[in-house]
Design a protein around this ligand. Structure first.
Ligand code: SIN
Length: 330
């Protein structure tokens, strides 16, 4: 068959979340159990999808079924591997991932950091989600799925992005910013990448390129990792002591030692003096320390008078992933 006759495929990988959640009562938008409905069933419940596919075949696969607050490294490993395997097929145009909103930004950043740049340059990976369960009277998941298909099939699309409530965010910038609103995500200072309006994409800036920093960490090596380096997040606040850091320096129940600490610092990366002293002790003990900010917007500017490395604009949870990846040395 000639290549222009090959029917194109769009793959949807399910991982759970509220988009797959159910409540006992359709009027209940918050008292539900996440990750109950299979991804194939979710897609079947969106009657408008076939019209958006422009001849693409829709394939689905359940990679995990979790409430994303419980996201695990082994799921990330499986997910990265499946994305790479699907995108390697010449007839696959893009991958969509259904995910819980709570840690969507972490999974998005992880994929942005590890997926081979060449593979996602013209084949986007689109995460989507919902704030209301599938059983809700007015669920938001079906529209978000439609919007994800629109993004995935937009000519020129690439990189790892997330779409929720008609707004498209890059993996680098996306952050859950609201506990309840359907438009729960923000891209902070960077602003949205695009909007989806009536099944059309309005692009505001360039599609993101995947990061190449971790290209030396082959996906196969990530997929085989038996354990991940232990990196914890501590926060600086009024009345802070360094005791939490001292406690973290003791071996865990299974004997593992902390190898990195990310501090969610105040403002432009400032740290309570008691915590700073403890972090210095940690660094002297060989623990890597990275300063991020607990502010939702802005970045830690390197000029601040502190000896600790700064997070290169990453939020504390994303800086933790970056530090774990740096510590992985297969
Ligand atoms: C989850 O993150 O899995 C539950 C919450 C949500 O998806 O909104």
């Amino acid at each position: 068959m000639a290549s222009d006759q090959i029917s194109k495929k769009l793959v949807v990988l399910g991982t759970g979340g509220t988009i797959a959640g159910t409540a006992e009562n359709a009027s209940d938008n918050i008292g539900y159990t996440a990750a109950q409905v299979g991804v194939a069933q979710l897609l079947d419940a969106v009657p408008g999808l076939p019209a958006l596919l422009h001849g693409h075949q829709l394939l689905s696969e359940q990679v995990a079924q979790v409430d994303s607050k419980d996201m695990r490294f082994d799921i990330w490993q499986a997910l990265a591997q499946r994305v790479v395997q699907h995108l390697a097929q010449p007839d696959v145009s893009a991958v969509i991932i259904t995910h819980g909103t709570d840690t969507l930004e972490e999974t998005a950043y992880f994929l942005h950091a590890v997926l081979p740049r060449e593979q996602v340059r013209h084949k986007p990976v689109v995460l989507t989600c919902a704030m209301r369960p599938a059983s809700a009277q007015n669920p938001d998941g079906p529209q978000n799925l439609m919007d994800a298909v629109t993004v995935a099939l937009t000519p020129g699309a690439g990189g790892v992005v997330a779409v929720c409530a008609g707004t498209v965010h890059t993996a680098l910038d996306v952050q859950k910013a609201h506990t309840y609103k359907l438009d729960a995500f923000s891209s902070g200072d960077a602003g949205a990448l695009a909007y989806v309006e009536e099944n059309q994409l309005r692009l505001l800036r360039n599609w993101p390129l995947a990061q190449e920093k971790y290209k030396h960490i082959a996906i196969e090596n990530i997929a085989k990792l038996p354990t991940w380096p232990r990196v914890e997040i501590v926060m600086s606040y009024a009345g802070c002591t360094g005791e939490v850091v001292d406690a973290l320096l003791r071996p865990g129940a299974d004997g593992t030692l902390v190898r990195g600490l990310v501090v969610a610092a105040t403002g432009n990366g400032t740290i309570h003096q008691a915590l700073e002293a403890a972090l210095r002790r940690a660094e002297q003990a060989g623990v890597r320390v990275v300063r991020a900010t607990r502010c939702a917007n802005g970045r830690v500017l390197p000029a601040v008078h502190s000896e600790f490395a700064h997070s290169q604009g990453l939020s504390p949870v994303k800086a933790r992933i970056a530090l774990m990846l740096e510590l992985i040395n297969p």
